[in-house]
Design a protein around this ligand. Structure first.
Ligand code: CA
Length: 230
């Protein structure tokens, strides 16, 4: 699983420890030493997850979390709080602010990676390496293979990402704009009809085993991936 993870921590040794561990686990780590810097970085690129220190100079962790949650663009970014405080009350405050989980310092690299993995699995399954299977269609992110009823299917890289997103978010309608954000990336400027082009290619790739029916057009809304008949 390779996710882009922003580490917000003012203590250089801990920032380095966290970032290096995430990189060893195969992630891409971005580093910020203050909430102000992190806010700037988030404006440029939306990470898949943020590991956030509670005690920061200037804007503190709780306030930073509050701002993220209050912004339409960033409100969905998964958040793990790092805290030196073990008090129950502080943990509750952190979770109320919208943190998905918290880790109390000192923590082991293994614990950090396990928490990151658990939050990603829950919140952003499309960035994990978990094999997904829907109605005989199987996608393996680790080997980058797709099979339909056991037969290999050939997909381009964009179609692969699109299918991975769909398979990890079934039974929900996504607009073209939402698909662009989720699959092409936030702040990537491509036309909405690009989505239609790749949907067509994806369906064509899934046709040999009849799985193209899983990619459904929802009139005047967008697209839905569903194992049920459209
Ligand atoms: Ca700190």
């Amino acid at each position: 699983m390779a996710a882009t993870i922003l580490v917000v921590e003012d203590e250089p040794a801990i920032q380095e420890l966290v970032a290096c561990n995430l990189e060893l686990a195969g992630h891409r780590a971005l580093r910020a030493e203050s909430a102000e810097q992190a806010l700037q970085m988030v404006r440029d690129e939306l990470p898949d997850l943020i590991v956030l220190d509670w005690m920061l100079p200037g804007i503190n962790g709780v306030e930073f979390a509050r701002r993220l949650r209050g912004d339409k663009r960033t409100h969905g970014v998964p958040l793990i709080m790092l805290t030196a405080r073990a008090e129950e009350q502080d943990k509750l405050a952190g979770l109320e602010t919208g943190a998905d989980d918290y880790i109390t310092k000192p923590f082991s690299p293994r614990e950090l990676n396990a928490r990151v993995k658990a939050v990603l699995r829950r919140r952003s399954p499309q960035v994990t390496d978990d094999l997904v299977e829907v109605g005989g269609l199987q996608l393996d992110p680790a080997s980058h293979r797709v099979t339909g009823n056991g037969a290999p299917l050939a997909l381009g890289p964009t179609e692969f990402r699109l299918l991975h997103f769909f398979m990890t978010h079934p039974e929900r309608v996504y607009t073209r704009v939402q698909l662009l954000d989720q699959v092409w990336g936030d702040h990537v400027f491509v036309e909405e009809r690009t989505v239609d082009v790749h949907i067509r290619r994806l369906r064509k790739a899934l046709e040999p085993t009849g799985h193209d029916n899983l990619v459904q057009t929802v009139r005047s809304s967008g697209y839905r991936f569903s194992a049920a008949a459209g």
